[in-house]
Design a protein around this ligand. Sequence first.
Ligand code: LHQ
Length: 265
Amino acid sequence: MNDDPILLTEVQAGVQTLTLNRPDRLNALNDALAEALTQALKQAARDDSIRAVLLTGAGRGFCAGQDLVDVLAGQQAGEPLSLRDHLNSSYHPLIRAMRQLEKPIVGAINGAAAGAGLGLALACDLRLAAAGAKFRTAFVGIGLAPDSGVSYFLPRLVGPARAAMMAFTNEVVTAETAEQWGLINRVCPPDTLQNEARALAEQLAAGPTRAIGITKRELNRALVSDLDSALDYEARLQDVAARTPDFAEGVAAFLEKRTPNFSGQ
Ligand code: LHQ
């Protein structure tokens, strides 16, 4: 572990674990935390020894979104705040870094995910949540509209009707309902969440990392493309995957009836 009090980072067995660490504020985001997360993800992109990322929160919350104590302090100080500038400089680089990282991100949603914190959860590739975790858009509760990718990811995951209900009413969605809706992959008992999420991340980290990264690019693109474009993109990227040593290893291991030993290259 490093000694950064806002974001704990650790690399083990090919998995970079990032733990939001402002538990007294349910890990609400401020500029420093958003920047630390973005930098950690850029590090994950550069470092070949990192083959999967695990994102979670310290304490009883996952992430309560923007730190509203900071917002109030800014308002009281009369500081002119352009939310557009703030989003462009702080949250957008973070959400983009998550989706552009060609390595899988597993979210271990240990507690409440709200506002931009919901955006963080939705920008993970896979989500396990503790029973008792809850999801809410939060924006409308403070007179705002969705940001941090929530308007993009939410209807794609749960459909437009459920997304509109969540966004208009600020309803709290339980982990169990989130699983039924496809908002998360699995609900876990709170005391096994971290182990289950770690096991999944380690399984992915032992996989053919470049093929998984290419898969992520294809799935990202498929959300906004037609079939012909998707077929073209698949064929183009399959040529890249087919040039990796892990493709040769995968084929050899299959024919030799053994478990492949993927290097990530
Ligand atoms: C908090 C927060 C919080 C500070 C709970 N900040 N303290 C917006 C504007 C500007 C720039 C760009 O981006 C954005 C994007 C956004 O993220 S807007 C949405 C901001 N987030 C919210 O509005 C979420 C508000 N929080 C909640 O809805 C609930 O607290 C959740 C669902 C997260 C958790 O509910 P509970 O488990 O019932 O906990 P709680 O409500 O009792 O909160 C516990 C403590 O955490 C409490 O403080 P206290 O001193 O009483 O223990 C809250 O005030 C504090 N807290 N969210 N965002």
